[in-house]
Design a protein around this ligand. Sequence first.
Ligand code: FES
Ligand code: FES
Length: 215
Amino acid sequence: MADKADSQISEDVPKAVSRRNFIKGVITSGVAVFSASYLFRASSFLQGQQAAGVGERLITLNVNGQQRRVDVMKQETLAWTLRYKLGLTGTKLGCDRAECGACTVLIDDIPYYSCSVLHHTVRGRKVATIEGLAGADGTLHPLQQGVVDEQGFQCAFCMSGFIMTAVGYLKTNTNPTRQELANGISGNLCRCQDYDKILTALMRGAENMRRAKLG
Ligand code: FES
Ligand code: FES
């Protein structure tokens, strides 16, 4: 059956193109379609914004301890504002529908999926993103240092979301067991499924935090 399918493919493909190249082409064009659809979606959104430009307004948000003035549309999510208006691209967009946690930021010290928060609801509140964790002199936050120490994460797309969730959780429980921390970060998903290493890195980060407070 497979042989028949293979020969059918090779008959359908011009002779100069090998089956291997044909398959590679399918895969890369699939990627191109995915990328194109994402870009199309983004550009449609921006065009929609321009078309409805009358709704744009200037607001002030408290992000990472700074007052940031930004032009926004009323339907814009906080994740969109942070990434595409304020340039804080450490906040990632994965699912864009409150499922993966890649977009997690702190609002008044509590972790939220920023893809599901409208920006105007955070006026007068404190927003913290991954960019605000390190010290002014560049010293990493103890949790970030834990990730470096343990080499947690594979591709690291999910990393900022996990770290922000852990920062929020550790404010409520500074000395968690491994199981407690696993529960605390269970709202975040990792496509690389690197959960064991992530947990080890965050446990190390929690230990770094306790030491930093003792020191
Ligand atoms: S991008 Fe917000 S939860 Fe996935
Ligand atoms: S390390 Fe790749 S998505 Fe989590």
